[in-house]
Design a binder for this molecule. Structure first.
Ligand code: DGJ
Length: 786
C-alpha cells in the first residue's frame, strides 16, 4: 500500500487497502489518468487506444499523427487550451482575456505524512482511533467490517505532489494527493501559482477531476430545500453534463458538495461506488459529463459562476480539499467517510468525548424568554437528566424577534433581567452546562453595529439589497470585519464561561460586492468570504478551546465536511418532525457519521408539519445523532417526564456504540434498484412500511437496531428487515430497549426476544417488523452475543 512512482515509465500509482489509482505522463508530457477502482496491479496505460477522430485536435508536437488527441484521452487535471473540449478542471485567462493554458508534467515526489492547507480545512493523519480500548471496543474498527482476516493495519499517511506547468501562460499547478490507505481514501487539492510576470485569472478550478474510460454509471446526489435537506436522488447519466452546485455563498440546503458515481447494479452491499466530497462551505460545483465516446468525467471544485480569481505574479490560490473514496457498495463507502470524518476531520474539544445531551430553548420559547425563564428551563432540564441548556436566539441587542439586533453582541440585560455572567453562573450552579447561540456573519439594518459600520455589509452602491430574514451579510472577506465581530463576541461570552456555542447563519448572499475593494475583487470575493468564516471559527475555538461548537445554517444550509472540521456537530435541519427526519438522516448518512448530526426531540404537534408522533419514536429517531431536546419541559406531563428520564438513561448507556460504531442503512432506495433487499416477497416494500438502521460495535458482538413504522395498512403482509455487519455463525439474542407501544400480539414479541439467533438468520433471513397498531410506531432493539 502507499504511493509508488515508476520514474522510468513516468507512472504514479496509489494503492490503498482495497483500491488503486493510477496516472502517468503521456508522449507529449500531459498528465493522463489511467485507472481508479478495485485494488489492481499493473500498468493501466495499456488500456489507451489512439484513433483519428474528426474535430478532435492534436498537440502540435504530434506532427502529422492525428491519432493523439487530448479530446479523447483521460486526464488528471484538464485545462481548456490543450485540445480537450470536455468540462475543464481549470480555466485560466491571461491579461488579454485569452484562454490557452496547456499544462505539462514537471515532477512527482512523495512526502511522508498528510499535507495541510493554510486557511482551509483538510483531513489530517491521526495515530490512533480514540474509541479503541473503551468499553469493550476492539483495537481496530476495520478488522471487522472491512477485512475480517486482516488485523495488520497501515496507519501511515503519505502525500504525493505532482507539479505541472505552462510557462507561456505563467501558471504552475501543484497537485496534492493525501493517502489514507486503511480507509481507502485519497484526498486531492491543488495550489495554483502565477509564475509569470502578468496577472492571470482563474475562471474555473476543480479540486479533483476523474476520468473513466469505461463504465455505465448512475449519479447519486443529495438535493433538497430548506427544512428538507439532503434527500437521496439516483439518476442515470446520459450524454452531456449534469451538475449540482451552489451560488448562495454557502454550501446550501438545496445541494450538497458530496455525491456518488456508481455502477448500475450498485447496492448497499456491492457494486462500484466512487464518492467525492468537498471540504468546503461556499460556492461549489460537482459535475458529471458523459462524452461523445462514452467516457465519464466526474469533477468537484469551486463554482465557476462568478469566479474570476486574479493572481498577480507570485500569488497563489489553494483549492479546497476533495475527498475521494472507492468501495464496493454504499455501506462500505459511507463507512469510509464516517471514519474519515470521525478520526481525520473532526478535532478539538469534545470530538471523541460523550457529547452532552442538550435542551435547546428555540422551539420551547423562541424569542419569548427572560433570564428566570432560561434558568427554569435549565432546572427542569436537569431534573430530566439533561446535561446542557442552550439559550438560543434573542439574548443580545434589541432582539425580541428577527427584525433587529444582529451585530449587537452585547447582552440584553433589560430582557434577561441580569448580566449574562450571572445567568450562566446560576445555570452552572444547578449544576448544568451552559450553551449560547450566535450568528456572527450577519447584521440587522436595525442595529447599532450597522448604523456604525454600514460599509461592513455586502451592499451594492446605488442598489437596494435583497432582503432575507431582515438581515444583511457582513463582509467576512475583510479581516477588520471579522476582528470587530469576534472581539465583541469573545468579550461578551468570556465572563459567562460557556460550555457550548451554536454558530448559526441564516441567509444566502445576494450582494457580491465588497465596499472596500469595490468591483475589483468580485471574482474572488465569495471564496475569500468562506476563508474569513473559517478564520473566525478558528480564532473562536482558540478563544474557547474547551467549548463544544455546533454549526448551523437555518438547520442544514452548511452541513458539509468543511464545517465538520471546525464544528464536531451541526444542526441537521430546522425540521424536527421525526418522520421527515427519517429521510433527512438517511440522506445525510451517506457521507456524515451520526456523531455530526444535531438531532432533537421536539413537542407535538410538530411545529413544522403539525404531525403528532409518539414520544418514543421521536427519541429513537433523534438518538441516531448528537442527541437533545427542543421543547419546554414545564409543558410535559409526569408520564412524559418519566419517559424522557428513561430515554436519556438509554441514550447514555449506548452513546459510545452510537458515536463510534459502524452504521448501516437497513431500508431505503439505496438497498438496490431491483428492490429486493429488505422487502417482503409480496411487494409490500420496507420503505413504505418502515425505516430501519443499525449501529454495530467494532467487534460485531453488539448492535442497536432502530425500526420506525410509517404507513399503516389493513391486514398487511409481514415485512422482514435484514441486519448487517454481524458474524454469520455467532449466536445473538435480541432485547427491546425502547418501544413506542405494545405489540398487538404478545407472541410476536416472544418470537423476537425469546430465542437465540445465528447471525445468518438475522442477516440472511431478517427480523419481522412488529405489527403495531397506529402510525409512526417504533422499536429500539439491542442485539448482543448470546
Ligand atoms: C435557525 C436555526 O436553525 C434555529 O435552530 C434557531 O437557532 C434559529 N435560527 C434562531 O434564529
Amino acid at each position: 500500500m502507499g504511493i509508488l512512482i515508476d520514474q522510468s515509465k513516468k507512472l504514479c500509482t496509489i494503492q490503498t487497502a482495497h483500491s488503486t489509482y493510477q496516472m502517468g505522463v503521456g508522449t507529449y508530457g500531459h498528465l493522463l489518468h489511467y485507472y481508479y477502482g478495485p485494488y489492481a496491479e499493473g500498468d493501466f496505460s495499456a488500456m489507451l487506444r489512439f484513433r483519428d477522430r474528426g474535430f478532435s485536435g492534436n498537440p502540435y508536437e504530434a506532427g502529422n499523427d492525428r491519432t493523439y488527441s487530448m479530446d479523447t484521452l483521460p486526464h488528471e487535471f484538464s485545462t481548456f487550451g490543450s485540445g480537450d473540449f470536455r468540462t475543464p478542471a481549470c480555466l485560466v485567462k491571461d491579461d488579454h482575456g485569452v484562454y490557452g493554458a496547456d499544462l505539462r508534467f514537471v515532477s512527482a515526489e512523495v512526502k511522508p505524512g498528510k499535507y495541510s492547507l493554510p486557511g482551509l480545512p483538510a483531513a489530517f493523519a491521526s495515530e490512533a482511533n480514540p474509541y479503541n480500548d473503551r468499553n469493550g471496543f476492539s483495537r481496530d474498527l476495520y478488522s471487522v467490517s472491512h477485512d475480517k482476516e486482516n488485523t495488520e493495519i497501515d496507519h501511515t499517511t503519505e502525500t504525493l505532489i505532482i507539479t505541472l506547468a505552462d510557462s507561456t501562460v505563467g501558471l504552475t499547478v501543484k497537485l496534492l494527493y493525501g493517502v489514507f490507505p486503511e480507509i481507502d481514501v485519497i484526498t486531492r487539492s491543488a495550489i495554483l501559482t502565477n509564475t509569470g510576470n502578468k496577472t492571470i485569472y482563474i475562471d474555473k478550478a476543480d479540486s479533483a477531476s476523474l476520468d473513466f474510460l469505461t463504465g455505465d454509471f448512475d449519479f447519486v446526489h443529495f438535493s433538497g430545500r430548506y427544512g428538507t435537506e439532503r434527500l437521496y436522488h439516483r439518476e442515470a447519466i446520459t450524454e452531456g453534463v449534469k451538475s449540482i452546485s451552489s451560488i448562495r455563498g454557502e454550501s446550501s440546503h438545496q445541494q450538497s458538495p458530496a455525491a456518488i458515481l456508481c455502477a448500475k447494479n450498485t447496492t448497499e452491499e456491492s457494486g462500484a461506488a466512487y464518492g467525492i466530497a468537498l471540504l468546503y462551505s461556499g460556492n461549489f460545483k460537482l459535475s458529471v459529463e458523459l462524452d461523445q465516446f462514452g467516457s465519464t468525467r466526474f469533477s468537484a471544485g469551486l463554482n465557476d459562476e462568478m469566479l474570476s480569481y486574479d493572481l498577480t505574479p507570485g500569488e497563489e490560490l489553494t483549492l479546497p480539499e476533495a475527498v475521494l473514496s472507492y468501495a464496493s457498495g454504499f455501506a462500505a463507502l459511507s463507512q469510509h467517510y464516517h471514519d474519515l470524518v470521525n478520526f481525520h476531520i473532526v478535532h478539538g474539544a469534545w470530538t471523541h468525548e460523550d457529547r452532552p445531551v442538550l435542551l435547546n430553548s428555540w422551539e420551547g420559547c423562541y424569542f419569548d424568554f427572560d433570564g428566570e425563564k432560561v434558568i427554569q428551563l435549565a432546572a427542569n432540564a436537569k431534573d430530566l437528566g439533561i446535561d446542557l441548556l442552550v439559550m438560543d436566539d434573542g439574548w443580545f441587542g434589541k432582539r425580541d424577534d428577527d427584525t433587529s439586533g444582529l451585530g449587537d453582541w452585547v447582552t440584553n440585560e433589560k430582557k434577561l433581567g441580569m448580566p449574562l455572567s450571572e445567568l450562566a453562573k446560576r445555570i452552572h450552579a444547578l449544576p448544568m452546562k451552559f450553551g449560547i447561540w450566535i450568528e456572527p456573519e450577519m447584521v440587522s439594518e436595525d442595529s447599532d453595529f450597522y448604523r456604525a459600520h454600514p460599509d461592513y455589509a455586502f451592499v451594492i452602491p446605488g442598489k437596494k439589497p435583497v432582503r432575507s430574514r431582515y438581515q444583511l451579510v457582513l463582509d467576512f472577506s475583510r479581516r477588520e470585519v471579522v476582528d470587530a465581530v469576534l472581539t465583541k463576541i469573545v468579550e461578551t461570552l468570556k465572563p459567562a464561561k460557556p460550555d457550548y456555542i451554536k454558530m448559526d447563519m441564516n441567509r444566502s448572499i445576494h450582494e457580491v460586492y465588497s465596499q472596500i475593494a469595490g468591483y475589483q475583487n468580485r471574482g474572488k470575493l465569495l471564496h475569500q468570504y468562506v476563508l474569513g468564516v473559517y478564520d473566525f471559527i478558528t480564532r473562536l475555538k482558540e478563544a474557547f478551546p474547551e467549548v463544544l461548537i455546533e454549526g448551523c445554517s437555518g438547520g442544514g444550509g452548511r452541513f458539509d465536511l468543511g464545517m465538520m472540521y471546525y464544528t464536531p456537530q451541526i444542526w441537521l435541519s430546522d425540521n424536527t418532525d421525526a418522520i421527515e427526519r427519517l429521510s433527512l438522516q438517511y440522506g445525510a448518512s451517506f457521507f456524515a457519521p451520526v456523531s455530526t448530526m444535531g438531532s432533537h426531540v421536539s413537542a407535538v404537534p410538530n411545529h413544522q408539519t403539525g404531525r403528532s408522533t409518539p414520544l418514543a419514536t421521536r427519541a429513537i429517531v433523534a438518538m441516531a445523532g448528537s442527541f437533545g431536546y427542543e421543547l419546554d419541559p414545564a409543558k410535559l406531563s409526569d408520564e412524559e417526564k418519566d419517559a424522557i428520564r428513561t430515554q436519556i438513561k438509554i441514550f447514555k448507556n449506548y452513546q459510545l456504540l452510537i458515536q463510534g460504531g459502524r452504521y448501516y442503512r437497513l431500508t431505503g432506495p439505496s438497498l438496490g434498484i431491483t428492490h429486493t433487499e429488505g422487502y417482503s416477497a409480496t411487494g409490500y416494500t420496507a420503505p413504505e412500511a418502515a425505516m430501519a438502521w443499525e449501529i454495530v460495535s467494532a467487534d460485531a458482538k453488539r448492535a442497536l437496531v432502530s425500526i420506525v413504522t410509517k404507513d399503516q395498512h389493513c391486514n398487511p403482509p409481514v415485512c422482514y428487515i435484514k441486519l448487517k455487519g454481524l458474524f454469520m455463525n455467532q449466536m445473538y439474542r435480541i432485547s427491546i430497549v425502547l418501544k413506542s407501544t405494545d405489540f398487538l400480539d404478545r407472541r410476536e414479541e416472544e418470537a423476537l426476544t425469546a430465542p437465540a439467533y445465528t447471525g445468518a438468520i438475522l442477516m440472511q433471513g431478517g427480523i419481522a417488523v412488529p405489527y403495531f397498531a397506529g402510525e409512526y410506531q417504533s422499536i429500539l432493539l439491542s442485539v448482543y452475543q448470546a
